[in-house]
Design a protein around this ligand. Structure first.
Ligand code: GLA
Length: 403
């Protein structure tokens, strides 16, 4: 964690999560074996929402909220998972994994399942899990749990795999084992993030470029406290069907357009009569937001932060009006945030239907921004927002050098 995080405004999910030393000690006391510590971050997406299952572009950054896992080998074929936050231990036989259920353990078990499907021998192990990524806030707590699990198990097995493949494995765990139809963005950034930068991800090629976030800026994340979940199969799955409806309608008219990535606004207009109104509007958001990522990259490279902030505000309008993924509370947060001194732009980030806004704020205005937005949000909604001044972080890895 670096010094740009403001302790006063940091969230500690459940407020019981352990730091790396305490996690190591807790694991070693229970398991009687020396632990190695692995970590994987959550993320905030700056722009490019619901573009990652259309082959489009998005611009996430890994943040200094993460899942940490203490790991040690076991004899036999047992995998023991202990969650500090849920205060629960789950033990399974690696040769007969249980079916997925609505439970935190399904995320790590899904990773085990996919690794085995890929022909990787998952070692018997004890894993103690802790983390401070707020859950249901749209900051990818589940992806960070998946990527941390994969990193820990591969680390124990002594197997190195490239970050993009790691991300695909974890996405597959969530799609096929947990049953949540997410795209690749969250797992990709958790595996491949770079401190100091946002990552411009081409979700078709699975290649990326980095855009440095200037040091004088902070990413201030405001939690509306309205819960969001990709795994509950509700809104996210519905909107995904409509995005795919738009892509299919365009494909009929223009066979070379296989995904919305390949479509222009003109193509969308031409196919408008052959799709539902919802598919049309959601398609319009996806096409324009993917373009906003590229526009945003050019502005960041040119050092035009004012222009980039406008892109964020435009992206919010598109997410609210075309994609219809916002909610009243998040609109209030965005409205209040973007108007505050030192704030260049603000938007709802993540899967939508609640969760957090991300605000691009001058470092020296960040503390007063936090107070003002909490006050403004409370006055209009009666809700106490949690606000975090975030710093960017590196993608998953082992934490070396612990005693
Ligand atoms: C969730 C999903 C991602 C992505 C975003 C929306 O976070 O897990 O794959 O689709 O929503 O951009």
């Amino acid at each position: 964690m670096d010094s740009t995080a403001s302790a006063g405004h940091e969230l500690r999910a459940g407020r019981t999560n352990l730091d790396s030393e305490a996690l190591k000690a807790a694991h070693e006391a229970t398991e009687g074996a020396r632990a190695r510590i692995f970590r994987a971050p959550g993320r905030v997406n700056l722009v490019g929402e619901h573009t990652d299952y259309s082959g489009g572009f998005c611009m996430p950054a890994a943040i200094n909220f993460e899942t940490m896992i203490a790991a040690s080998p076991l004899a036999g074929r047992t995998l023991r998972l202990r969650s500090i936050e849920f205060d629960e231990t789950v033990e399974v036989d690696l040769d007969s994994l249980p079916a997925a259920k609505k439970h935190w353990s399904s995320y790590p078990l899904g990773v085990v399942w996919v690794l085995q499907q890929e022909g990787i021998t998952v070692p018997a192990a004890a894993l103690t899990i802790t983390g401070d990524v707020p859950q249901g806030a749209g900051l990818s707590s589940s992806a960070s749990l998946e990527v941390a699990t994969a990193t820990a198990l591969l680390g124990l097995a002594g197997i190195e795999i490239p970050g993009p493949r790691l991300a695909k494995i974890c996405q597959r765990a969530e799609n096929q084992y947990v049953g949540a139809p997410c795209g690749i963005m969250d797992q990709f950034i958790s595996a491949n993030g770079k401190q100091g930068s946002a990552l411009i991800l081409d979700t078709r090629a699975l290649t990326f470029e980095l855009a440095p976030i200037p040091q004088h800026l902070r990413l201030v994340i405001c939690n509306s406290m309205v819960k969001h979940s990709v795994a509950d199969g509700g809104e996210y799955a519905n909107v995904r069907v409509q995005v795919e409806e738009a892509a299919a309608a365009i494909h009929k008219l223009k066979p070379e357009a296989k995904e919305l990535r390949d479509a222009t606004l003109e193509d969308l207009e031409a196919a408008k009569g052959t799709m539902s109104e919802a598919a049309y509007k959601r398609g319009r958001h996806v096409i324009t937001d993917s373009q906003r990522v590229l526009d945003g990259l050019a502005l960041l490279r040119a050092g035009d932060i004012v222009g980039f902030g406008k892109v964020l505000n435009d992206a919010h309008r598109s997410y609210r009006d075309d994609f219809e993924a916002s909610c009243d509370e998040c609109d209030v947060l965005q409205e209040v945030g973007q108007a505050l001194p030192g704030c260049y732009g603000s938007r709802l980030t993540g899967g939508g239907f609640g969760g957090c806004t991300v605000n691009l704020v001058e470092a020296d205005a960040a503390e007063s921004f936090v107070d003002a937005i909490r006050e403004g949000y409370r006055a209009k909604t009666g809700i106490e927002a949690e606000v975090y001044i975030c710093s960017t972080a590196d993608g998953a890895g082992e934490m070396k050098g612990l005693a």
